[in-house]
Design a binder for this molecule. Structure first.
Ligand SMILES: O=c1ccn([C@@H]2O[C@H](COP(=O)(O)O)[C@@H](O)[C@H]2O)c(=O)[nH]1
Length: 224
């Protein structure tokens, strides 16, 4: 079974990012490049990281009108990402067009409710009800739109998995027992998320900011 851990490479310096991936590549299953990395280094940076030979997850969280998102998807074909994210709240037509425009082997997954939000935050955006209901509602929409899966927290993945058996579930907001939480609010351990049906475990700071990133990655691997 391949390693489900994708390292969230949220670093502004390309050389430091490349060095970290080289050190960790035997202990991770892929690399997630998000907005910080992509805005700083663009296509060139993605090619540089892809040299490590691991699958690349482009976490661009696209959210715009359908035509614009489809155009963005076409512009990243050349990067051959294994996974790309869009926001489910962009609506069904946007997700359908994103999937239609994606490269054949790219999984398109929809961000439901960011793991840095809780129910109080949700209410402030005008949405009443639980985080769980919000995630389930947007998971249904993503499935209807023909996407491959969703991004949700480990607190919801078990329920979504029961309902969407062959879905592909990306779970960030993971913290090994005892590690600090930072800005994440809906948090579980990597082991729990995996038990509950996560396909990909996204882990950033618990590895990248550790005194010894290789030891941190190995310790997480040993719990899975
Ligand atoms: O709901 C979401 C969607 C994406 N993310 C991304 O995952 C990593 C998590 O990093 P940590 O350092 O392990 O907290 C980060 O790149 C986020 O942009 C998320 O956290 N939650």
């Amino acid at each position: 079974m391949s390693n489900p851990v994708y390292l969230a490479l949220d670093v502004p310096q390309l050389e430091a990012g490349k060095a970290l991936v080289e050190k960790l590549k035997a202990h991770i299953g892929g690399v997630k490049l998000g907005l910080e990395f992509f805005c700083a280094h663009g296509h060139h940076g993605v090619h540089e990281i892809a040299h490590c030979g691991l699958p690349i997850f482009l976490d661009l969280k696209l959210h715009d009108i359908p035509n614009t998102v489809a155009g963005a998807m076409q512009s990243i074909h050349v990067l051959e990402p294994a996974i790309v994210t869009v926001h489910a709240s962009g609506g069904r037509a946007m997700m359908e067009d994103a999937k239609a425009a994606a490269a054949e082997h790219t999984k398109v997954v929809a961000v439901t409710m960011l793991t840095s939000l809780d129910e109080r935050d949700l209410k402030r955006t005008g949405v009443d009800g639980s985080a769980h209901d919000q995630v389930m509602r947007l998971a249904d929409l993503a499935q209807e739109a023909g996407l491959d899966g969703i991004v949700c927290s480990g607190q919801e993945v078990g329920t979504v998995h029961k309902q969407w058996k062959d879905g592909f579930f990306v779970v960030p907001g993971l913290r090994p027992t005892g590690s600090s939480i930072g800005d994440q609010k809906r948090v579980v351990t990597p082991r729990q998320a995996r038990n509950d049906g996560a396909s990909v475990l996204v882990i950033g700071r618990p590895i990248s900011k550790a005194d010894d990133p290789v030891a941190a990655a190995r310790a997480i691997e040993a719990t899975l």
